[in-house]
Design a protein around this ligand. Structure first.
Ligand SMILES: Cc1cc2nc3c(=O)[nH]c(=O)nc-3n(C[C@H](O)[C@H](O)[C@H](O)COP(=O)(O)OP(=O)(O)OC[C@H]3O[C@@H](n4cnc5c(N)ncnc54)[C@H](O)[C@@H]3O)c2cc1C
Length: 329
């Protein structure tokens, strides 16, 4: 594979400085799965290196408060949680590099990972925790108000919307499942869907339709999310008539799908039809010595605690693998 550093954003001087480094455990991603893997690998004295990617801390760093992670009875800020995860992993010798993997070769060991900063890692084991990205609407106000009324996770944020009115965007299974879940807290849940029929299964549809707190707005898209520091309203447009209207609202939950960050591994690791990495019960991918953990391999649970647990499990298995190969002195 050609690692001639094509298309990098580094200067010619940086390219001359590009280096090669052998590591026992290389972790791609610094979300809950990556930092938990780093903690476990570091405590096993495997001197892991973590490539943080563009988003130190991953998705959880985007949220203001996490209230469902044990050990924090009063909740904890997302960024604060990431700082604690990082500090704990570093205390035992994990090294974080603010760098992104741009090329991988998993055809033989050591696995080769080329980075944005021009480093070429030769890794005895690889733990992939590159996460998944919730698809966004890409409308004005959405990114500014994320965590301030705009959410991509009902389980995480539903509680904050007690006796409030919320909009759910989407028409698939997760939109309906999350929409019905949100009725435990919200006084009303309005499902806004761009078509006049749902993609969700019949049972979910019946459950949503028979819930007195759930309303539907059909053939309609969200054009804008408005608010000053918190969501106040959404601008809707009917795709058939073109009519626009403003709806006062407290929250907007967006469930239009997730995309796993797995492009880099296409053709080298087994993936399901949606692009999630296929793993066994031991976080093992289709290539021995390559593990995957967290949302990159889990489209179902999508939580900090489940991702962290998978990261820990992957690091334990990486240690066993190295033992079996006699790589750990
Ligand atoms: C707004 C919001 C609020 C949430 N609130 C909660 C909550 O309250 N409670 C809860 O349990 N869950 C919550 N979640 C879900 C939770 O954040 C995720 O389940 C969790 O972060 C997934 O962890 P992960 O490590 O698998 O992946 P991610 O957090 O997605 O991290 C992926 C990491 O991979 C890195 N990366 C990507 N590509 C590369 C590459 N090529 N090279 C190197 N690194 C790369 C990224 O920079 C990032 O560091 C929330 C999610 C969001 C979006």
């Amino acid at each position: 594979m050609d690692f001639s550093l094509k298309g990098l954003s580094t200067s010619p001087k940086d390219r001359e400085d590009s280096s090669e480094e052998a590591v026992k455990v290389l972790i791609l991603g610094s979300g809950p799965a990556g930092l938990s893997a780093a903690l476990y690998a570091a405590r096993a004295e495997l001197e892991p290196v973590v490539l943080t990617g563009m988003a130190l801390g991953g998705q959880v760093a985007l949220t203001h408060a996490v209230e469902n992670y044990p050990g924090f009875p009063d909740g904890i800020g997302g960024m604060e949680m990431v700082e604690l995860f990082q500090k704990q992993a570093e205390r035992f010798g994990a090294r974080l590099e603010f760098d992104t993997a741009i090329e991988v070769d998993l055809s033989e060991r050591p696995f080769v990972v080329g980075t944005q900063n021009g480093v070429r890692y030769l890794a005895d084991t690889l733990i992939i925790t590159t996460g998944a990205s919730a698809r966004s609407l890409n409308v004005p106000g959405e990114s500014e108000l994320t965590g301030r009324g705009v959410s991509y996770c009902g389980t995480c944020d539903g509680w904050f919307f007690k006796d409030k009115d919320v909009v759910v965007v989407g028409g698939g299974d997760s939109a309906l499942e999350e929409g019905v879940f949100l009725t435990r807290f919200a006084s009303s849940v309005t499902i806004v869907h761009r078509r006049d029929e749902l993609r969700a299964g019949a049972i979910l549809e019946n459950r949503a339709r028979s819930n007195p707190k759930v309303n539907f707005i059909w053939n309609t898209v969200v054009e804008e999310i408005n608010g000053n520091g918190a969501v106040e309203s959404v601008k809707l447009r009917n795709v058939e008539t073109g009519d626009e209207s403003l709806h006062p609202i407290d929250g907007v939950f967006i469930f239009i799908g997730h995309t796993p960050n797995t492009k880099l591994f296409k053709g080298q690791l087994e993936m399901d039809e949606r692009g999630y990495i296929v793993i066994d019960d031991y976080m093992q991918t289709s290539v021995p010595g390559v593990y995957a953990a967290g949302e990159v391999a889990d489209s179902h649970f999508r939580q900090v605690i489940t991702s962290a647990g998978m990261g820990a499990a992957a690091a334990i298995q990486a240690g066993h693998f190295l033992d079996e190969q006699d790589i750990v002195e």
